[in-house]
Design a protein around this ligand. Structure first.
Ligand SMILES: [Fe+2]
Ligand SMILES: [Fe+2]
Length: 179
């Protein structure tokens, strides 16, 4: 994804809670891959995780360019820990578990970003912001699709784990929108 250095604009008040959760989410995403890389010795998984870690770090950097430090979630350490465990646990259970986890996380993030695009579509003045979120979302969609191809078929256990991960992500977004 290209560098959007020209993003010298600030977030409108009505989108601040969303952006606080975006910042928390992208931070968590980086830690998911750190958690995977702390455990997995599988070269395919390590390559996948290192590549995604780079993209998620770029996402966080973009968000930090537009979100003032004072508006970042106060619980950032918790989001790092939650992200780390979301990578660490499936990495202990094997390759397909890792892909299943990323598939569920990215499906959730896709909806999360789509919601914001829908809000911005109603406003005509935030074209840059909408473009930025769309680019982030497109990356997450490609991560989701790549994971689904790699997992090939989601088992019942993958789906149960996926439901836990989705519920956790939902809770994290709800809390980080406030604090
Ligand atoms: Fe991301
Ligand atoms: Fe992603």
């Amino acid at each position: 994804m290209k560098n959007l250095k020209e993003n010298n604009f600030l977030i409108p008040q009505y989108l601040l809670p969303h952006f606080r959760s975006n910042h928390a989410g992208e931070t968590g995403a980086i830690y998911i891959y750190k958690g995977i890389l702390a455990v997995s010795r599988d070269s395919e998984i390590r390559q996948f995780s290192s590549k995604h870690l780079t993209t998620e770090s770029q996402h966080l950097k973009l968000i930090e360019e537009v979100l003032e430090k004072k508006n970042v979630s106060k619980l950032i350490t918790l989001w790092k820990l939650a992200g780390f465990l979301t990578g660490f646990i499936p990495a202990l259970l094997g390759k397909r578990f890792v892909y299943a986890t990323i598939y569920h996380v990215e499906s959730f993030v896709e909806n999360h970003y789509q919601e914001q695009i829908d809000i911005l579509s109603k406003k005509n003045s935030q074209i840059k912001l909408k473009k930025m979120i769309t680019e982030l979302m497109n990356d997450e969609i490609s991560h989701k699709e790549e994971s689904l191809i790699n997992v090939s078929k989601l088992s019942f256990v993958h789906k149960i784990w996926g439901a836990i991960v989705t519920a956790g992500s939902k809770l994290a977004v709800g809390v980080s929108k406030k604090i």
